[in-house]
Design a protein around this ligand. Structure first.
Ligand SMILES: Cc1cc2nc3c(=O)[nH]c(=O)nc-3n(C[C@H](O)[C@H](O)[C@H](O)COP(=O)(O)OP(=O)(O)OC[C@H]3O[C@@H](n4cnc5c(N)ncnc54)[C@H](O)[C@@H]3O)c2cc1C
Length: 397
């Protein structure tokens, strides 16, 4: 019996580990086009830029010790679902009994913004190149105030750089967390000295003798020693798509992780999953890990839907932003705490039940909501707003 995992991220590594934990004793082959064994991507925009090391998903010796064959620097180029085999770039065909696609995402390119001093960030190699250039840079321009852009800005400020962010929306993170939370994030970055230019985007980038000059849609100009483009990422669906596996905004999977092809599964950032009746594609670390556990369970005889509420975190200087669940309406969140003081939770409530929370600096609230999402509870807007009522008690009545 051979299970082939395509992908060098935490999703593939978590699947391999959970398969072994559950006693699967067949062959596991993990194919990645990166030279490193799977590692954690979250530190790439944080500690790795300020001097930390790459963090492996598992210790290097774990793979050999657990009989997981690593095929690194090797791209999977085609899948034949009828023959149940994967073609690798080195010409090998790997027959599989189950195929797990965890191909993740790649940064969205911005036309006209590439070449020397212009960086994108997804891989360890990208982070090393960015760090090397960041050291000697003074002026850093970040295009896009999404998670990656904001975190790189925070790291660059930590290194004493002068940082400008161009963000076409009204606030950072507006599309994913709404403008209320975005405004809080905007204040945090401005307070730390980042020049955040909202409603503005760079249209051209010109090379000068000692750097880059960017011109914006509003006619402003910014000079940079380096530019980080953080304008989103695209799911790597091509391998599945060309094999005739159903794709859309990601590889389509049911609640168990199955694709439209027999014995082909998908997870992590690339998978558009059925989750509590909705189709979602989640671009966060914890989801990739947990889906790996679900798929391993299903590959070892269980019938386990993936129902965990999605949780993520993002670091902005000393502030930790966290979210769990799904906010049904980002414009209608119930606030507890103070946006101005950078300590609040914003709850999403439907008919007295919480759907999720987005929190800044309040990890206890996130934990309480995470528990409550699995249990019956009833709470009102006024109770949620009232700080004198402990949240844990409110949600366990
Ligand atoms: C800079 C950065 C910071 C982040 N910070 C946070 C954070 O603070 N909190 C959070 O929750 N999440 C964060 N994330 C998101 C998190 O890292 C992802 O959700 C997670 O990496 C998803 O794991 P994955 O295994 O699904 O995909 P990926 O990590 O993208 O891994 C996919 C792997 O598959 C390989 N691959 C693709 N196609 C092929 C092929 N055809 N053949 C062989 N190999 C292939 C890729 O090279 C890659 O190694 C961050 C991401 C980045 C980039």
């Amino acid at each position: 019996m051979r299970y082939v995992l395509v992908g060098g991220g935490v999703a593939a590594a978590a699947t391999a580990a959970a398969l072994r934990r559950r006693g699967f004793d067949g062959e596991i082959v993990l194919v990645s086009d990166e030279p490193e064994a799977p590692y954690e991507r979250p530190p790439l925009s944080k500690d790795v830029l300020t001097g930390g090391d790459i963090v492996p998903a598992r210790k290097p010796e774990w793979y050999a010790g657990n009989g997981v064959e690593l095929r690194l620097s090797t791209r999977a180029t085609a899948v034949d679902v009828a023959a149940r085999s994967v073609r690798l770039a080195d010409g090998d065909d790997l027959r599989y009994d189950a195929l797990v696609l965890a191909t993740g995402m790649r940064p969205r390119g911005l036309p006209g913004f590439d070449g020397d001093r212009i960086h994108y960030l997804r891989t360890a190699a990208d982070a090393r190149a960015l760090r090397a250039e960041l050291t000697g840079a003074e002026r850093v321009v970040v295009l896009g105030a999404g998670f990656v852009g904001c975190e790189v800005a925070a790291s660059a400020i930590g290194l004493g750089k002068q940082v400008t962010i161009f963000e076409p929306e009204a606030t950072p993170l507006a599309r994913v967390l709404g403008v209320k939370i975005g405004a809080a994030v905007l204040d945090i970055h401005r307070a730390r000295g980042v020049e955040v230019r909202t409603g503005e985007y760079a249209v051209t980038c010109t090379r000068t003798g000692d750097g880059l000059v960017l011109d914006s849609n509003l006619g402003h100009r910014a000079e940079a020693d380096l530019v980080l483009v953080g304008v989103g990422a695209l799911p790597n669906v091509e391998l599945a798509d060309e094999a005739g596996i159903a794709t859309g905004n990601g590889i389509l999977v049911d609640e168990y992780g199955r694709t439209s092809a027999p014995d082909v599964w998908a997870l992590g950032d690339v998978a558009a999953q059925q989750h509590h009746g909705r189709r979602v594609r989640v671009e966060h670390h914890d989801n990739a890990l947990r889906q790996g556990q679900t798929i391993a369970a299903n590959l070892t005889g269980e019938e386990k839907p993936h129902t965990d509420p999605h949780w993520f975190w993002s670091d902005h200087y000393e502030h930790k932003l966290q979210s769990v669940g799904h906010a049904s309406d980002l414009d209608d969140l119930v606030l507890r705490g103070s946006v101005e003081e950078g300590s609040f939770s914003a709850f999403s409530l439907t008919d007295g039940r919480l759907d999720g929370v987005i929190s800044l600096g309040r990890p206890g609230d996130v934990l309480a909501v995470r528990r409550a999402l699995h249990t019956p509870h009833a709470v009102t807007v006024d109770e949620l707003r009232d700080e004198s009522l402990p949240l844990k008690q409110l949600l366990s009545r």
